[in-house]
Design a protein around this ligand. Sequence first.
Ligand code: IMP
Ligand code: MG
Length: 442
Amino acid sequence: MVLGAQFGDEAKGKISDYLSAEARYVVRSGGGPNTGHTIELPEGKVVLHLLACGVLRHGVTGISGPGMVINPFQIRDEILDLERRGLRRGEIVISDRAHVLLPLHELEDAWEDDLRSKGDPAAGLGTTRRGVGPAYEDRYGRWGIRMGDLSRPAIVKERLALLYARKAHLPNLPPMEELAGRLAEVGGALAPYIRSTETLLWDALGRGESVLIEGAQSALLDIDFGTYPFVTSSHPTSAGAMMGSGIPPTELDSVVGVTKAYCTRVGAGPFPTEESGERGEFLRRVGGEHGATTGRARRCGWLDLVLLRYAARLNGFTSLAVTKVDVLGGLDSFPVCVQYRMPDGSLLRDAPPLQASDLAAATPVYEEIPGWPEVHERLKERLRRDGSPALPPALRRFLEFLTVETGVPVEYVGYGPHRDETVHLDPTTVPRRGPGLSAWSG
Ligand code: IMP
Ligand code: MG
């Protein structure tokens, strides 16, 4: 399983793509068109919103899983786009239990966020406005339409009538008959892809085939464990990803948490280590920190170990993938937040406070980390050829520091956007565990 350890955009897509070389199935477990997984192939850049990265590899099946909310028009276009570019290589499968995200959910998403920010602009969540929140609301309110329903126009019409009755307050709803017609048409186009995916995966696991679960969004955006209410509407955690894929927890071998060497966030919500000035601008520029889905400039700041420790324990990370280390290359030193000082003077180390406003009031206590040299082309060549022995010593010391501070070994390091710009560390060259969990819980 590959999961985001921060607020999203940790380059999960890149790590999932890298690991998908070893997989027979890749399944996306949650989220919807709020996601943008960017993958740099030799043929060019691909951004996947609704398809799993496995679809980019021959011999791999990419599954858009049961926990997702899927805009059927968008996934059809995404498939067509890959076909046009000659990049559709794996098999594509869509879960019949994934929910249909409708155009009215997009309207509702904008309507809701406008309503939230009407009295107080700071109360808006800054959602992606792709309809994801309202689609999950309808799913849990039992008003939803599932992908497997699309082949049954009578069922879709029944469900739509209920939905329209419930959403009469929304302005500019498309005529229901017209929407029903469009859904019947797109349902026909998608029919070859839609099937039961939990049974497919159980059979695959029974045959001993390997399955990679590709998480979307991230721990701190989890509906329950994230910075509520500034969160997404699904469970981008390891437990949530089991539910969202239909695979039992007892099948899970490893959970890779993906973290950048610094931190970003899009949308509203607390972000203690945010740098609004020149240093934030530096990270944004060098890191290319603009949203893959909405194009919004990402908020940038430093790595936050309080949040990373929390994410590590919440998800049971068995290893970390540390990405974008090239962005910090060439700095003399850079800060990492090791704990928070709260307004009452107390220190927090292992978990953020419950209230988003309290987290926003936390002052990061930084440790200054010695930097490593610029990751220029010559170093990249050495890393590609020799792997982890070519890692600069200062970078290696940073990775060891992360292992000691989080209790989780670093297994992968991303030093550039391309598929092959990933180092796999031999776990024996990394201290397996630092002081570990027991040291934190005292
Ligand atoms: P929603 O998921 O569109 O409802 O947006 C809720 C919050 O989650 C907003 O702050 C979004 O910017 C954020 N969010 C949702 N999906 C992603 C993602 O894939 N990457 C980063 N942030 C995301
Ligand atoms: Mg993204």
